[in-house]
Design a protein around this ligand. Structure first.
Ligand code: PTR
Ligand code: PTR
Length: 326
């Protein structure tokens, strides 16, 4: 593919740094009129995990219920690929309820968590979900939501959890699928693309892009480096699979475009290089998956790949609802 040719050319010319920094400079020009005024309001400062990672006003996700509509989250759209995502920071203790409120209001059903709770001794994300080891349910009284643990399943490279998200005002309950524990420290890149492509394939097949529901929620710690890499690889692979003229698909253009929706997507040269590697490998191994598009019927949030990867996984806890006291 032309992406592979481009990759080999950059390798040969050792041009990764130059390309990455050109992108960063172009970005400053393209976004000079972008504002993050809402994120900087005094009442919202504390709601940001990092002072320097803020959503732009025009692409931020607004909460609809309650007195403050702010959450550090952005819509990312790649219209040519027919893809929408929500990227957000790893929830803080004080913003976990807002996170679930956003999921309810946006009608999202899938969460991809690309950070660990703690990396190299530093806290990267609050434990905002019931992991069963600590808790089997969490009630967020301020937003009238309850999240209950349903099941977890350990795959070779990551964990899948299912939760029920219950609206305490109406009693309505929704199934949520949560992917986590993927090994990928911030500012770095995975050693090889295959585990990542497996995660991507499972995320696609669990209904993350089902048009009946809201966009999938992607987060890492800041919600820009690793999550941005995920968006770029997924959307470019989708574009290459469906574009009229795949040779016109430009990774750099798509990256520049998504960077106008949330700043800093893809944080390092390694992550940019990894995106190329994952796309090149993905074109080979994801072929079979692409062909199955449309075969996805009613989404009951059971993994369709269960039979394929049976030996990759084992149930951590009973699949049934764990006992609750009382
Ligand atoms: N100021 C922080 C830093 O540069 O370390 C912000 C930051 C943290 C940015 C993590 C990106 C980070 O990675 P990710 O978006 O993958 O969590
Ligand atoms: N067809 C299923 C769905 O729409 O959810 C599963 C699936 C999803 C398969 C996406 C492949 C997918 O990849 P792409 O969107 O790149 O065709």
């Amino acid at each position: 593919s032309h992406i592979e040719e481009e990759f080999l050319k950059i390798e040969k010319e050792r041009a990764w740094n130059a390309i990455y920094h050109k992108l960063a400079n172009d970005h400053l020009v393209r976004t000079s009129n972008k504002k993050s005024d809402i994120a900087l309001l005094n009442i919202n400062r504390e709601l940001n995990r990092f002072r320097d990672v803020l959503p732009y006003d025009d692409t931020r996700v607004c909460l609809t219920r309650g007195s403050n509509d702010y959450i550090n989250a952005s819509y990312i759209e790649v219209p040519a690929a027919n893809r929408k995502y929500i990227l957000t920071q790893g929830p803080l203790q004080t913003t976990s309820s807002h996170f679930w409120q956003m999921i309810w209001e946006q009608n999202s059903r899938v969460i991809v968590m690309l950070t660990r709770l703690i990396e190299k001794g530093c806290t990267k994300c609050w434990l905002y979900y019931p992991d069963y080891q600590n808790e089997s349910e969490i009630t967020f009284d301020d937003v009238d939501l309850k999240v209950t643990f349903v099941s977890d399943r350990q795959y070779r490279y990551y964990t899948q959890r299912k939760f029920d998200l219950i609206n305490l005002l109406t009693g309505e309950s929704r199934s949520i699928i949560h992917w986590s524990d993927f090994d990928w420290p911030d500012h770095g890149a995975p050693n090889r693309p295959e585990p990542f492509l497996q995660l991507l394939s499972d995320v696609r097949h669990c209904g993350a892009f089902d048009p009946r529901y809201g966009p999938p929620i992607l987060h890492c710690s800041a919600g820009i480096g690793r999550s941005g890499t995920f968006v770029l690889v997924d959307s470019i692979l989708k574009l290459l699979a469906h574009a009229q003229k795949p040779d016109d698909v430009s990774l750099i253009d798509v990256l520049a475009h998504i960077r106008t929706q949330r700043h800093g997507l893809i944080q390092t040269v390694e992550q940019l290089r990894f995106s190329y590697c994952a796309i090149i490998a993905g074109l080979k191994v994801l072929n079979a998956i692409e062909q199955s598009e449309g075969s996805f019927i009613e989404c009951d949030f059971n993994l369709s790949s269960e039979s394929e990867s049976d030996d990759d996984e084992k149930s951590l806890n009973s699949k049934k609802y764990p006992k609750i006291c009382g």
